[in-house]
Design a binder for this molecule. Structure first.
Ligand SMILES: C[S@@+](CC[C@H](N)C(=O)[O-])C[C@H]1O[C@@H](n2cnc3c(N)ncnc32)[C@H](O)[C@@H]1O
Length: 773
């Protein structure tokens, strides 16, 4: 299934063929092996993908069930084999005893060594893959003899290629089998005489038959239990109890899910009149949870987004990976040249679709795509196709000033840089310092030279800087659009997440709006995107922004495909223009689930727009934005998901800069900083005094100005940019200092002179001026 989807084109789809989806699902276990094999070939990513697949917890239920069914198959065989082990032993003994006695006794050791060969066959050992194939074939085989047992064991060890658990079991099975075999042959050797041969033979036959009967009864019993479980009433209360203990019959579940969906699609005609629609829906959700491994909470939420049939397609699509896509870095090469170079390396690829001029979809690769010379030279970046969309909607223009509020690891920011042909200036911000490092890496590799990396909570904008021509907010989100990549989303999202995240997203979007220059000659746009399909994180966030900021309106994204955003959802009415926003689904376009909205700022943010939000009690702190217009950023504390990671107020690191600032101040005052050391030994101008001095000047300021923490790319032009900035601002900290704005306001602000602060604050303003804004 995975391979199929990976081969499918991305973008506007052919109509969905549910029957194909159904069939694919049924074949899932075997195909998942195909996936693994396929992905092993697709380089760099390959190994990760295999691990990903193996480690996907949400997937695990299905896959484990699938594995179970394979394992069960093996187990059945193994049981059969075990059950057979005596019969086999018996059969072997039988073989032995049907042979002439003298030969039989003589051959005993030969047979034993044959058996050993069966296991230790050097060919088999040398070619474990053959073992896998033989093993997989053996799974379909009804008959089993000693040789098959050997194959089966190799199937187990061979399948270790896929699942390491089985690798550990393989030797154990081997030794158990050998011991049984040894005991049997010992017993046979002990008891076998010419006189008892007939009786013994008969007894062995009987015992074989008896065990076969028992094995059959066990199988029937298991099947019966599963079916009983499957037919239990589908009310909520049957989730626990005996049913939960039984392995789900996936085939049966699938059939039932499809059937329930069919009924729900034409309820009045097909439903059992004695059952309500909600009972069908709740039964269906139960089955979906078991079959796909979702928490009931998330299954219900996702289900409610679509008509039943489409919901099923969505759940199915989340079970297979999206195609691997490259974005050509047009700062370094053209798509044609890149395609040529990669094809020469044996990569099979095609343009991603007519909608993109830079995307290449990879079908097959014999080389690791994350380590080709072209990759290392920055000719491309591995980037999901849907990640192109917000940047295309933003449509940054050459020479503009752009803010990417949450930019790490930089797929979108670097695409924007390429569209701007390295002109203008992009401020690529991310609150997560570690992720910002990856962003810097990408900026260097891809030859981006118009970008400055900042490490703020984007909630700090526009106080840090305003007056941008365009702002992109690719917001932190629940990831419900990328379940195929991260199946843990299936189970780890709770109601609290869908309160916390939208709250953060709303505040970030207000900050994005307030950071834009409504009077920009070329822009004045904001793009909001998430890789979530939830209304709470998308339309509801945009609606909140429309309510809070009447100075923005929704405009067309300009994207050529995508489903309309919801103008209403579950009784909630949104602005009719919400239809101009775009939704992307894996089942519809074979891309990650995504949401894109584009807003145009048509007037300044006024004080009236920023009054306290009575309903939430949110406090609003005045913020300086372009043109001296006061705007608000809602400062209601929100739990930043990355707080722990980036909340680095690094005292040691800051100490250096604190010291430097102190010395600088002293020098300005005409005091030799070295003499300051003496102060500690009784000389008058002590550090404390200076500090007091600075804090006093800071207090005079009517607003606190956090220090911008800017990473500067080492590229020459970027260095120039940084130099210019640092000259403009006389802030030595600009060269590589990590500061944490919101996390260390006290110390850093305290140590800035008023003049310095003004200069710092003027960083944005100067730029605005220089571009005529
Ligand atoms: C969806 S990812 C961004 C992906 C990025 N736009 C790209 O194309 O590579 C969301 C990012 O938001 C960042 N983030 C979370 N909270 C933030 C905040 N308050 N301010 C700024 N960035 C934040 C996370 O660190 C994460 O890197």
């Amino acid at each position: 299934m995975g391979v199929g989807n990976r081969m499918k084109k991305q973008g506007p789809p052919p109509p969905l063929d549910e029957s194909l989806v159904t069939r694919k699902r049924k074949n899932a276990p075997i195909q998942s092996n195909d996936n693994v094999k396929k992905r092993r070939t697709s380089a760099g990513r390959g190994e990760k993908s295999i691990k990903d697949v193996a480690n996907r917890p949400g997937r695990s239920k299905l896959q484990e069930s699938a594995k179970d069914s394979v394992a069960n198959g093996r187990q059945t065989q193994a049981q059969g084999a075990k059950g057979r082990s005596k019969p086999k032993g018996g059969a072997k003994s039988h073989v032995r005893i049907t042979a002439p006695v003298a030969e039989d006794v003589e051959d005993d050791s030969d047979l034993a060594s044959d058996d050993a060969d069966g296991i230790d066959d050097p060919d088999v050992m040398e070619d474990p893959l053959e073992g896998v194939i033989a093993g997989l074939d053996a799974l379909d085989s009804d008959s089993a003899d000693s040789l098959e047992l050997g194959d089966d064991e190799f199937a187990a060890s061979g399948s270790d290629v896929v699942d390491s658990d089985e690798e550990e079991q393989a030797p154990r099975q081997h030794s158990m089998w050998s011991e049984d075999e040894d005991e049997d042959s010992d017993a046979a050797a002990e008891k076998l005489t010419a006189a008892n041969i007939a009786g013994l033979s008969q007894r062995l036959d009987e015992s074989t038959q008896q065990e076969a009967r028992e094995a059959q009864a066990e199988l029937e019993d298991a099947a019966l239990q599963t079916n009983i479980a499957a037919e239990l009433p589908d009310s909520d209360d049957d989730a626990a109890g005996p049913k939960a203990l039984l392995a789900p019959d996936l085939q049966l579940l699938r059939t039932r899910i499809t059937e329930t969906v069919r009924i729900l699609t034409d309820f009045s005609k097909l439903a059992d009149p004695s059952r309500s629609r909600s009972s069908y829906v709740s039964a269906l959700l139960n089955d979906i949870c078991v079959y796909y491994g979702y928490s009931p909470f998330l299954a219900q939420k996702l289900f409610s987004l679509f008509p039943p049939q489409e919901a099923l397609a969505f759940f199915d699509a989340n079970e297979s990976p999206r195609p691997l896509v490259l974005r050509t870095n047009t700062l370094r090469t053209s798509r044609r040249l890149l395609a040529h170079a990669l094809i020469n390396r044996g990569v099979s690829l095609e343009p991603v679709g007519k909608w993109s001029k830079v995307g290449l979809q990879v079908f097959e690769s014999g080389v690791p795509l994350g380590a080709t010379p072209e990759y290392l030279a920055g000719h491309y970046i591995l980037q999901a196709a849907s990640s192109f969309l917000p940047v295309m909607a933003l449509a940054p223009q050459e020479g503009e000033r752009i803010l990417d509020m949450a930019s790490a690891p930089g797929g979108k920011a670097t695409y924007a840089a390429a569209l701007m042909r390295n002109t203008g200036c992009i401020f690529a911000n991310d609150s997560n310092k570690q992720r910002a490092k990856a962003l810097i890496g990408n900026i260097h590799r891809l030859g981006v030279k118009n970008t400055i990396v900042c490490n703020y909570s984007a909630l700090e904008f526009p106080r840090v800087m305003g007056g941008f021509d365009r702002v992109m907010l690719d917001a932190p989100c629940s990831g419900t659009g990328v379940i195929a990549k991260d199946a843990s989303v299936k189970t780890n999202k709770t109601e609290a997440d869908f309160l916390r995240l939208p709250h953060l997203q709303k505040q970030l979007l207000l900050a994005a709006i307030d950071s834009v220059d409504h009077a920009s000659k070329t822009g004045g746009y904001i793009v909001y995107s998430t890789c979530s399909v939830m209304v709470e994180e998308n339309e509801q966030v945009v609606q909140y922004a429309l309510n809070k900021r009447p100075n923005v309106r929704l405009v067309s994204t300009g994207l050529t495909f995508g489903k309309e955003g919801f103008a209403s959802f579950m009784g909630k009415k949104f602005h009719p223009a919400m239809k101009d926003t775009r939704r992307y689904y894996p089942h519809a376009y074979n891309v990650d689930g995504f949401y894109v909205a584009k807003l145009k700022k048509i007037g300044p943010t006024t004080a009236g727009m920023t009054k306290v939000n009575e309903s939430t009690g949110a406090k609003h702190v005045p913020a300086l934005v372009n043109g001296g217009v006061d705007a608000d950023v809602d400062k209601t504390p929100v739990e930043d998901e990355d707080e722990d990671e980036f909340g680095g107020f690094n005292k040691d690191e800051d100490e250096v800069y604190i010291e430097r600032a102190k010395k600088k101040l002293l020098r300005r005052k005409g005091i030799d900083p070295k003499a300051d050391k003496g102060a500690k030994n009784g000389i008058s101008h002590g550090t404390d005094e200076v500090e007091k001095d600075v804090s006093a000047s800071a207090d005079i300021d009517d607003e606190e100005v956090p220090e911008p923490s800017v990473h500067v790319p080492k590229d020459e032009v970027a260095m120039e940019l940084a130099d210019k900035s640092s000259k403009e601002t006389a802030a030595p900290e600009l060269n590589g200092v990590q500061n944490t704005g919101d996390h260390a306001p006290g110390t850093s602000t305290k140590l800035r002179s008023k003049k310095e602060k003004r200069k710092l604050n003027g960083l944005g303003k100067k730029k605005v001026k220089s571009t005529g804004k």
